[in-house]
Design a protein around this ligand. Sequence first.
Ligand code: FAD
Length: 458
Amino acid sequence: THRDGNPHICIVGSGPAGFYTAQQLLKGHPSLRVDIFERLPVPFGLVRYGVAPDHPEVKNVINTFTQTANNDRCSFLGNIQVGKDITVTELLKIYSAVVLAYGAAADKLLGIPGENLPNILPARTFVGWYNGLPEDKDLKVNLDTETAVIVGHGNVALDVARILLTPVHILAKTDISDYALEALRKSSLKRVVLVGRRGPLQVAFTIKELREMIKLPECRPVFHKEDFKDLEKISPDLPRPRKRLTELMHKTCFEPTAADVKLWNEANKEWELKFRLSPVEVLSSAGRVTGLRCAVNKLDGSSFENQKAVITDEHVDLPCGLIFRSIGYRSLQIDPAIPFDKKHGVIPNEKGRVIGVPGLYCSGWVGRGPVGVILSTMTDGFDVGKIILKDLAEGHIPQHCRPGLQGAMKILEERGVKTVSFSDWKKIDEHEIQMGEKFGKPREKIADIQNMIKILTH
Ligand code: FAD
């Protein structure tokens, strides 16, 4: 096997964490090589498959990732599922260091009776569906109902609500998948109710996303005065982002602008914020969802940050025909030999060093947990890159004598696994952009892996 005397680093996952860690490593060392392994034939993780289609500006980070991938010392190996096609243990023997940056591919359950009925969906798979993620393209979602309930008050919940309620002619100009657009065109939804365990001071969404919902064409917010009436007194003492967010909710409820009121009066759809409710049971009839029963909570604790929801004996039933749970993502263990914190769904680590395994690191959501925007994932990726460079400089990582890419390719070839390179991705990318042009969309994503591969063999 060829050994060039330079450190070879392997990164598992090509989302923001993988790419930003790679960027830092390449910048901080003159000769080390980075190989990025990705389960799918296409790169960029949740930037491609999570970020909402109507937020194209967020996806500009792809330009930076592409520059990294174009670096001579960086290789992209798509279509390789680490843990199945090659194990982390094998990678650790071939590479000087391995960085796990494989994100969070599962979700948390509500754990209530009736949760397995049709039309109770994780927000995660619905997001994958409208974004053309191969494994979610056949999701069964029945939009022939007037009311949907989303459990959760985070940005993903708002993304789902916005996609459900945005006029279809607006979505038609985005890179939303064609089948999702078709289904939304036929949708009967008039109302989306967002349910949270705690109160308005604990919402997890941010002001930009809230403002977008308030300004959504043909749609009105339904806020209940009793939820917001006492907030004016508390608001001046809140930390700044929370203060602005709270003030916007308060203003929307009590002093909307004339323009907003005009828009809302003409609206034929609505979204509603409901607080202090914990789902306890899915209501159904003849196998179809008819509602969500929730326990009414009271909040326990003095400061808003650590107030806890405590359920009372009181219940409310929210009639609906579709339910999304948007209560968080969770990472999976991909190699039984690698430490994993099953309770929190993350890899146990200290500043990105996986505890107990020299040469193994983690970056992004898989290590820090599934919270934070691309920017915070960037900071994390850079920090982990710096830690690895430090460990290299101090001799904690073998500098050479590791076969790297050639060693990995040998194993993959023996197993008959075909890799997809970054120039292959560029062909898929071009094809998607061309297909999109026909419909006035930035791209039409290929949602079928076989069809992606077909383009490459033509
Ligand atoms: P990911 O982006 O999930 O990347 C992980 C990669 O690893 C994926 O490509 C995956 O296919 C790959 N992988 C998984 N398993 C394996 C395996 N076994 N072998 C090889 N590869 C594997 N942030 C913003 O700033 N703005 C937004 O508008 C925004 N919208 C969001 C919307 C949604 C629905 C979600 C869920 C998140 C959003 N975020 C947004 C947050 C942002 O997406 C995350 O901060 C970021 O993507 C986390 O990066 P990551 O690299 O840790 O994980």
